[in-house]
Design a protein around this ligand. Structure first.
Ligand code: HEM
Length: 195
């Protein structure tokens, strides 16, 4: 199967932002340490609780209109349960200047859904280091369904463009803005863990 040109455009436009998040935001180290884990999970809550209200309705409507096979699902509720397991109340949601079109909304959902792919890998690495996974269920909400769900999302991207309901430029704009929002939510606190 050849890669979707829309996915390739999104990747190209956001690869550097992803790399920065992986390295500078020090997410894995902050999740590994018991001192910094609760605040880091709370930062993920703020990210998803910010993205979902501004992008899920537009995406769900588009999915219904073009008969796609991808329904957005909230992760904020699951993260709130993880926070409860860590003894922390969910923080207030950040206000978001969100997507203005269905195409941009798809770009935001790309960032939120894609974060699941790395989440599974983080859990495996922490387990290999002998760390507990308390409060980290949100990193793998779909288990064995992860790959199928990701492919369904890519199909929605392709169909939305083929049906003239979204433009590649809008989707890429949404992806870039979604990553900028992720940076704002996830980078604070990165200085609290030793390099
Ligand atoms: C230490 C933290 C992270 C690690 C180690 C990581 C790692 C990865 C890996 C290995 C993939 C590719 C998975 C695959 O192809 O099966 C991936 C994909 C992705 N990740 Fe991350 N990630 C991290 C954090 C994040 C965060 C915080 C976000 C967004 C909020 C994010 C967004 C994405 C997106 C959108 C993709 C899909 C890329 C594509 O295929 O086009 N990641 N990540």
């Amino acid at each position: 199967m050849s890669a979707s040109p829309i996915l390739l455009a999104l990747r190209e436009a956001t690869a550097a932002a992803h790399e920065t998040l992986e390295t500078e935001a020090r997410i894995e180290a902050r999740l590994a340490s018991p001192e910094t884990r609760p605040a880091t999970v709370a930062a993920f809550y703020r990210f998803h609780a910010g993205v979902e209200p501004v992008s899920h309705d537009l995406t769900a409507r588009l999915n219904t209109e073009i008969g796609g096979g991808f329904e957005p699902r909230s992760r904020a509720g699951g993260i709130a349960q993880d926070l409860a397991a860590l003894g922390v109340a969910p923080p207030a949601a950040a206000s978001v200047d969100g997507p203005a079109s269905p195409g941009e909304a798809l770009g935001w959902v790309y960032v939120a859904e894609g974060s699941m792919l790395g989440g599974r890998i983080i859990r495996k690495r922490l387990t290999a280091e002998g760390r507990g996974l308390e409060g980290l269920n949100f990193l793998d909400p779909y288990g064995e369904e992860t790959g199928a769900r990701w492919r369904a999302f890519i199909t929605l991207l392709d169909r939305a463009c083929a049906a003239g309901r979204a433009e590649v430029d809008q989707i890429v704009k949404g992806g870039v803005e979604g990553f900028a929002f992720a940076h704002r939510m996830l980078r604070s606190g990165a200085q609290e863990v030793a390099a």
